[in-house]
Every structure is written in structure tokens, then in C-alpha cells.
Design a protein around this ligand. Structure first.
Ligand code: DAH
Length: 349
């Protein structure tokens, strides 16, 4: 006599096959899968009945359940393919469908212009024997200010409005925060650049952002000079722009260099005619620099009678704006793909 479990299995099989074959859409097929084929679904769940079946009949019933599962899976796959084929058929027979039209373009990502220029700078500086280093964006008052000869009551602190954190640390206001870290980490002589994001608590306009990018450079040796600094800067700028740019050097004040300079370049957006980027002056402040102050060398554990250095703080965001004639710094971090996608094929990638 056939065991009731076998009779039920036959009924389940019929029901599952009927539902699969007549399923109107993928969702209906998914429902069949869930109801019958899941671990505790009605078909696989049927294996639990084996305990109540006489031992002699168990192997046959177990096999029958597994065969039925395979059969139902096949029916579902067949129906799924038929539904897909029907959809394609319907699309193809639409009178508006034109198989000769070109396909939709697949959008490829592009490197950010800041990345493109930074990679080029890294390459140029590596070729001149510089390390390329990375330092934390959250830093201490010590490295950002004190070690750079800017004590708490120094008016120079007002030059850089600071985002302070509750724990007394800060978002670094400049990549110069890496200078003394570098002096402590490497035995002189050495040369290094450290590119990165910096943060200022200030109002934004076409040439100011609260978050922007700098590249700091530091060269420590027994004898360094302003001409050495100048020559390095010239190599750098001609490498980035692929041509000679107009530059001028003005005295500049920064507590961590003596003497300090401002290197300006002729505005490449307007070619000196005057535009928002150069504040209508024809010149863009690009690169403050100078000879490292003895107090900073001391903070880095170096004897100023033995070691000297030069340093610069390059405005990478400004440099990118010059390089690509971008007239508003706020475009750089706005994340607008229409803006960002313009920089592939521009020669630096
Ligand atoms: N850290 C300064 C700033 O962000 C820029 C700077 C000036 C860096 C002179 C230097 C330097 O290395 O020598 O305003």
C-alpha cells in the first residue's frame, strides 16, 4: 500500500508544477520558489515526514522528494526564460524600436583634477629625490602652531581661523603641520613633500573654501639657499604647466620661515587682464616659501648651527584652478559630475 506521505508528495508536485508553468511574471515565480523550495518550504519540508514512514520505504520517498525538487526547479527556470523571451519579443516588435541605433554610452569615471595635478607633482618631486609623505588631518596644537614658532598669543594665529575639536586637537589649518613631524621621523639631510587637505573656519567665495588642498615641501641639508629653493620651484611649475609661467617673488611674513617670501604667478585664467580668481590684479598668490626658522629646526630636534632648510606651502587648489582655468574654487569639492567629467583627456592623466 502506498504511504500517505507519498500521496501528499504527488499532490504537492502537481500543485508546484501547475503554479510554475502558469506564473504570470517573475514575482509569481519567486513566490513559488519561496513556498515550495525554501529550506522549510512545503517540498523540502516534506523530508520531515520521513520519520513517520516505515524504514523500508524511506530511501524511496527521500529520493522522490529530491527528484521532485529538481523537476520543480527546472519548470521554474523554463518559465522564467519564457517570460524573458516574451518581454524581449514584445520590445523588438515595438514599431519604435530601432536595432541600428547606437547603444547607450557607458559612463567611465575620471580622476579628479586635484588628483591629476597631485600625481604629476608627486612624480616631479620624486624625480628630484623627495619623499612623498602623508600626515593626519586631525592634528595637535603643538604641530600645527607651537612647533612652527606660533605660540598661543601670537597674532599669526589670526591668519588661520581654526576648527577646534572638543578634545583640544584641531583640523590642521596647513600642511606645514607635517614639518616638525618629518624632522623627527627622518635623519637629515632629506627632502620631502606632503600633500593633503587643510581646513579653515572662514567664509567662502570664488577663491576661498573652508576645505582645500596644499602641498608642503621641506628640504633639510647642511647648506641650502634661496636660489636652490627658487630653482626647485621653477622646475615644479614648468612641469605642471608645460610652459614657462610669469612669477614674482615678494617678501612675505610667516613665523616659521626667515626670510619668508610670496611667490606669485601671472594669472593663467585671464592672462593678467583681471578676473575673480586673481581678484582683478593679474597675479595669483600661489606659493609662500622661505628658509626654515631656527626655532622650528630646534622643535624638530635639529641644531640650527649644523642644519638649514627651506620650505614651501603650495596652494594645490589654486594651482589646479590655474592649470584648468577654473574660476571658482567651490567647484572643486562640490562633487558635480558635470564639472568633474571634463578633466579626462586634458593631458595630465
Ligand atoms: N602654511 C602657510 C599657510 O598655509 C604657508 C606657508 C608659508 C608654508 C611659508 C611654508 C612656508 O612652508 O615656508 O598659510
Amino acid at each position: 500500500m502506498t504511504h500517505p506521505a507519498s500521496v501528499e508528495l504527488a499532490a504537492l508536485r502537481d500543485e508546484a508544477l501547475r503554479l510554475a508553468t502558469n506564473a504570470a511574471d517573475d514575482a509569481a515565480l519567486d513566490a513559488v520558489v519561496q513556498a515550495f523550495l525554501g529550506k522549510s518550504g512545503r517540498l523540502k519540508g516534506h523530508l520531515k515526514r520521513l520519520g513517520s514512514v516505515p524504514a523500508a520505504e524511506r530511501p524511496a520517498l527521500g529520493k522522490a522528494v529530491n527528484d521532485t525538487v529538481t523537476e520543480v526547479e527546472a519548470a521554474i527556470a523554463t518559465r522564467r526564460k519564457a517570460l524573458g523571451d516574451a518581454r524581449l519579443e514584445a520590445a523588438l516588435s515595438d514599431p519604435g524600436f530601432d536595432p541600428t541605433l547606437p547603444g547607450a554610452p557607458v559612463a567611465r569615471g575620471t580622476l579628479h583634477p586635484l588628483t591629476l595635478v597631485d600625481q604629476r607633482l608627486d612624480e616631479i618631486f620624486r624625480s628630484m629625490g623627495f619623499y612623498v609623505l602623508d600626515y593626519p588631518e586631525v592634528d595637535s596644537e603643538h604641530y600645527n602652531f607651537e612647533a612652527l614658532n606660533i605660540p598661543a598669543d601670537h597674532p599669526a594665529r589670526d591668519m588661520q581661523d581654526t576648527f577646534w575639536l572638543n578634545d583640544g586637537n584641531l583640523l590642521r589649518t596647513h600642511t606645514s603641520a607635517g614639518q616638525v613631524r618629518t624632522m623627527k621621523a627622518f635623519a637629515p639631510p632629506f627632502r620631502a613633500i606632503f600633500p593633503g587637505r587643510v581646513f579653515r573656519y572662514e567664509a567662502t567665495d570664488a577663491s576661498h573654501e573652508h576645505t582645500f588642498h596644499q602641498v608642503e615641501g621641506l628640504c633639510i641639508d647642511r647648506h641650502v639657499s634661496v636660489p636652490h629653493l627658487q630653482a626647485s620651484m621653477k622646475t615644479l611649475l614648468s612641469g605642471v604647466f608645460g610652459r614657462e609661467v610669469k612669477v614674482r617673488l615678494r617678501p612675505g611674513y610667516f613665523p616659521f620661515v626667515e626670510p619668508g617670501f610670496e611667490l606669485d604667478i601671472g594669472c593663467l585664467v585671464c592672462d593678467g587682464a583681471g578676473c575673480p580668481v586673481c581678484k582683478r590684479s593679474g597675479w595669483v598668490e600661489l606659493l609662500p616659501c622661505g628658509l626654515v626658522h631656527p626655532n622650528v629646526l630646534r622643535a624638530g630636534g635639529l641644531d640650527p648651527d649644523e642644519w638649514q632648510g627651506w620650505a614651501f606651502g603650495l596652494g594645490l587648489s589654486r594651482l589646479v584652478m590655474m592649470r584648468y582655468k577654473i574660476d571658482d574654487i567651490r567647484h572643486l569639492l562640490a562633487g558635480d559630475v558635470r564639472f568633474l567629467s571634463q578633466f579626462s583627456g586634458t593631458g595630465l592623466e
